[in-house]
Design a protein around this ligand. Structure first.
Ligand SMILES: Cc1cc2nc3c(=O)[nH]c(=O)nc-3n(C[C@H](O)[C@H](O)[C@H](O)COP(=O)(O)OP(=O)(O)OC[C@H]3O[C@@H](n4cnc5c(N)ncnc54)[C@H](O)[C@@H]3O)c2cc1C
Length: 235
């Protein structure tokens, strides 16, 4: 069951030039959630000022509930961007089925841009709980300035050797270890040689998720039930 509550912003963290994380106090009576689920954020009563956003924190991070928004030119984005610590907003959660199936010992994530938010939550959960699940993340972005949570993933890779992160950028950047281009079947075979043994999780803008799903199903022959998808409708 979802619950709608008012929550106060504890802290706002700039992740890159157009992405910010909003850390909220967890009010009494807030429901539990699973890593990878999403919430709705309402700024006032106008339904046009409501958006669905993944929870980017993990249930193991007990001091706050975090969501992370790519700030566009929209009225909602501008209203959100004008908020400060101490302001309140209405949230409703938990929603969604983009959650970890812990029965699979090996999984892979394919993500693009802001689609990393629920994956950050799931990876942080797996690391904090030391689940032992083998995880490969292939994360694509236009350029290095679009990458979100780089430091978080670097820290997770250090503390959890079963996590591997491969960055794919359209524009090469000296000093940033990555593949250049787009995620395609060749990249998946190279970065995830045992892809046939893994459950896949795809998250990002709908066009990207659809393209990844076609590669997995049509080019690499994965069955539908081995692929979990989360579409960020709205991009
Ligand atoms: C399950 C789920 C989870 C999601 N999780 C996340 C998440 O974790 N983080 C996240 O960022 N998004 C997430 N989304 C997408 C999110 O819900 C929004 O659709 C998205 O963030 C766009 O909202 P917006 O208000 O910024 O732009 P919208 O109002 O939806 O506008 C769409 C586009 O039009 C452009 N636009 C709108 N108004 C103007 C204007 N006045 N001038 C110029 N351009 C304009 C904007 O630049 C934007 O690119 C998720 C969606 C779903 C369904």
């Amino acid at each position: 069951m979802t619950i709608e509550i008012t929550s106060k912003i504890k802290e706002i963290i700039r992740r890159n030039y157009n992405v910010k994380s909003f850390r909220l106090e967890i009010p009494a009576g807030a429901p539990d959630f699973k890593a990878g689920q999403f919430l709705s954020v309402s700024l006032g009563n106008d339904p046009q000022f409501k958006r669905y956003l993944s929870i980017s924190s993990s249930p193991t991070e007990k001091c706050y509930l975090e969501f992370t928004k790519k700030l566009t030119e929209s009225s909602f984005s501008r209203a959100l961007d004008s908020l400060s610590a101490g302001d309140t907003l209405r949230i409703q959660f938990p929603f969604g089925k983009f959650i970890l199936d812990e029965s699979f010992p090996k999984i892979a994530f394919l993500s693009g841009g802001i689609g990393i938010t629920p994956i950050r939550s799931i990876c942080k959960y797996a690391v904090d709980k030391n689940l032992g699940i083998d995880i490969v993340l292939v994360y694509s972005n236009r350029s290095v300035r679009d990458v979100v949570f780089k430091e978080d993933f670097d820290a997770m890779v250090k503390s959890y050797p079963r996590l591997k992160v491969a960055h794919v950028l359209c524009e090469a950047d000296p000093g940033f270890k990555c593949r250049v281009g787009l995620i395609n079947a060749g990249v998946i075979k190279n970065e995830i040689p045992d892809y046939e043994q893994r459950k896949f999780y795809l998250c990002g803008p709908p066009q990207m998720v659809e393209a990844m799903y076609r590669i997995l199903s049509e080019e690499l022959g994965l069955k539908e039930d081995m692929v979990v998808r989360e579409n960020f409708q709205g991009y």
